[in-house]
Design a protein around this ligand. Sequence first.
Ligand SMILES: C[S@@+](CC[C@H](N)C(=O)[O-])C[C@H]1O[C@@H](n2cnc3c(N)ncnc32)[C@H](O)[C@@H]1O
Length: 262
Amino acid sequence: MPEGFVTLTGAGPGDADLLTLGALKALQSAQALLYDALVSEDILALAPERCVKICVGKRGDRLSVSQDKTNALMVRLARKGLHVVRLKGGDPSVFGRVGEERDYLEAHGIAHKTLAGVTAASAAAAQFEVPLTHRGEARSVTYLTGRTKDGSVDLKDSVVCDPEMSLVFYMSSHNAAHIQARVQAVRGGATPVLIVENAGRRSARAVKGTLAQLADMVQTAAFDGPVLIGVGPVFARARVPFSALANQPDYTACDARLTAHG
Ligand SMILES: C[S@@+](CC[C@H](N)C(=O)[O-])C[C@H]1O[C@@H](n2cnc3c(N)ncnc32)[C@H](O)[C@@H]1O
C-alpha cells in the first residue's frame, strides 16, 4: 500500500477568497478531510465529492472530538495510503495546535507538510481598514488569548505596558471584563478598541469604542460567531459606520457597507 501523506493547512477565517492557492490545491487533491468547526461550507464544497469529510473541530467549550482522537484519526487515515488534509480555521500556526499535531505525525512516522493560512486578525484588519502597525502609533502587534487552561487571564506587564503595541485577543470575549480591568489600569480607559465578529465574511460585524466600554460592548452585542478584540491606538482608525462611542452600534449598516464593497 502506498504511503499516506498529511497536509496541515488553514482555510482562512471566512469566505473562500481568503483561502491560499496552496490550500486550495491541497483541498482539491484530498482523499480525507479533517476540518475544524469554523471552516465555512463554501470551502468544504471545494473538496472532491468522494473525499471523506469529518468535522473534528470545536467551538469554545462546546462538545467536540478530542485532540487525541483527531491525532489518531490522521494517522489511521494516512496509513490507509490516503492524502489527508487537516484543515483548520485561519492560519494553522496561530492558536491552531499545529505543533502538537505535527509532533504526533512525526512520532508515528507519517510524512507531512504545513501550508500557511490567513489568520483572523489579518482578515479583520483588511476588512475594517486598520493597519495593525502604523508609524507613530504601533511598532508591534501581539496576538494573544484571554483563555488559559484554568480560565484565568494572564496578561504580562510587557504586553500591557507598551502603548505602541497593538493587541489582538483571540478566544477572549468571555474574558472581556478581565481584559478591560487589567489593560485599562495601565493604558487608560480612553484606549481605542475594536471588536470584530466573523472577520473575513460577508456577515462580519464590528463595533468600535474604548477600553472603558469593552465589557459592555461585548455584552450588548451578544456575539454568536467567532470574535476578535483589538486594543490600541490603531483601532481608532477602523472604518465602522457606527461606534459604541455614539452609544448606537448599528450592525446592519456595517453589513451593508461590506456588501457594497463586494
Ligand atoms: C482556536 S482559535 C483559531 C485561530 C485561527 N487559527 C486563526 O489563525 O485565525 C479560534 C479563535 O480565533 C478567532 N477567530 C477565528 N475566526 C474568526 C473570524 N472569522 N472572526 C473573528 N475571530 C475569529 C476567535 O477569537 C476564535 O475564538
